[in-house]
Design a protein around this ligand. Structure first.
Ligand code: NZQ
Ligand code: ZN
Length: 387
């Protein structure tokens, strides 16, 4: 195991009936709030009213910034920054899934800055200060509620880039599994795929093999993501299933799994971000296509590791490592399909002839993330296994 520092400052308030504490928790950071949310889900299911009432009761003045779309856009972030400056906002309250929380983080980063917020995403400038963020999570998927990352799409340059900085950890996140009862089956499955992908990125790219605690933790998280997703699909109001999926997704990307692994990388996300940027594909759906292809591309070097995963997650035994690794990849692909995710580029309506354009887009991110092994040719090779 490698040396590590694990310091996650986000306070998690988990469970039934926790939403009304958002007002009091947010008031710790100021009395003028920007309320960030998505299209219409929180108005439809009544959460918007609950949050507004709680904020008002705690004495906060609220300016609204709704309309965040899935794969959130830079222009909408900039509009939020303008509102923060105009209304002298002190705290950002995000109520939604990863797209909403990421938008809130980008607004929190850009508002106090004397440069355009995109400069932070392209590594041109370093974040020095950010507004505090509180969240009410409504979708189990990204882990944004307990991590320092935000992912935003620049619609002009077709780049979907990430910014990660310790100043962007939410101060407080409220996780009430009941708020996810209304998540449709498609996004329930995409969320589970995303959580699995987050674990897989660490599991597959660790440079230290002697990490038994982390390995078991990660295998357990993958099993739980799958089991809880199936429970939620069978009964969307299964509190036990929703709470297990929610906590699994949070733990999958809050820094814990990566502790002690040394240098790791996010190559599957690097490629998926191009699918989302170019075709507005839902993040988890894009990952369900990329994961089996990428694993197959890595199989010659990583058969033993993939085989171990297959034994732990799918109870695969017997045969050589290479044979079991093949079966593991197929088992993941079949499971993604079973829960309603696309598993090929064709199912996303992306023609094979677009491969080189997608690879060129991904290459920009590969360079920014210093994934030197990923040339245009190698990314195309992965994509050819996603057909
Ligand atoms: O917009 P509304 O009406 O709220 O509907 C949303 C949206 O259509 C709906 N939804 C959310 N909660 C709901 C609900 N519908 C009914 N009931 C509820 N309780 O679900 C749809 C998807 O929401 P979105 O926030 O886009 O999904 P997700 O949480 O999967 O976030 C995806 C975004 O996060 C980024 C992705 O790239 C993508 O842009 N990621 C962020 C990460 C991070 N910050 O750490 C890491 C991830 O790898 C990922 O890249
Ligand atoms: Zn992800």
């Amino acid at each position: 195991m490698q040396n590590f520092v694990f310091h996650n400052p986000t306070k998690i308030i988990f469970g039934r009936g926790t939403v009304p504490s958002i007002g009091k928790e947010s008031a710790e950071f100021g009395n003028r709030a920007l309320l960030v949310y998505g299209q219409n889900s929180i108005k439809k299911n009544g959460l918007h009213g609950q949050v507004v009432a709680s904020l008002a009761q705690a004495g906060l003045t609220v300016i609204e910034h709704g309309g965040v779309c899935s794969n959130p856009l830079l222009e909408h972030v900039r509009a939020g920054i303008a509102k923060v400056r105009e209304h002298d906002i002190q705290v950002i309250v995000a109520v939604g899934g990863g797209s909403v929380i990421d938008t809130a983080k980008a607004i929190a980063a850009g508002s106090p800055a004397d440069c355009d917020v995109w400069n932070f995403f392209i590594g041109k400038q370093t974040l020095k200060t950010a507004l505090p963020i509180t969240t009410v999570l409504t979708l189990a998927a990204t882990g944004s509620e307990m991590n320092a990352g935000t992912v935003i799409t620049n619609e002009a340059s077709k780049g979907k880039f990430a910014l990660s900085h310790r100043l962007l950890y939410p101060k407080v996140s409220i996780l009430d599994p009941e708020q996810t009862f209304t998540v449709p089956p498609s996004y329930t499955a995409y969320g589970a795929v995303d959580a699995i992908a987050h674990v897989l990125e660490f599991y597959m790219t660790t440079t230290d093999e002697d990490v038994p605690v982390q390995a078991e933790l990660m295998e357990g998280l993958i099993r739980n993501a799958m089991q809880s997703c199936e429970r939620c699909l069978a009964d969307p109001c299964d509190y036990g299933g929703r709470s297990a999926l929610m906590w699994t997704a949070t733990l999958a990307l809050n820094g814990l799994t990566g502790a002690g692994l040394g240098q790791t990388a996010f190559p599957m996300h690097m490629i998926e971000h191009s699918l989302s940027a170019l075709y507005n594909v839902a993040h988890g759906a894009g990952l369900a296509v990329v994961i089996p292809g990428w694993l197959r591309w890595r199989l010659p070097q990583d058969a033993a590791r993939i085989a171990r995963l297959g034994r732990s997650v799918f109870n695969l035994v017997g045969g050589t490592d290479a044979e079991r690794a093949e079966q593991t990849i197929l088992a993941f692909r079949n499971w993604f399909s079973k829960v309603g995710s696309p598993v090929t580029l064709a199912e996303l309506n992306i023609p094979a002839s677009d491969t080189s354009q997608i690879a060129a887009n991904a290459l920009t991110l590969a360079r920014l993330w210093r994934l030197d092994a990923y040339s245009q040719e190698n990314i195309e090779a992965v994509l050819s296994l996603c057909q």
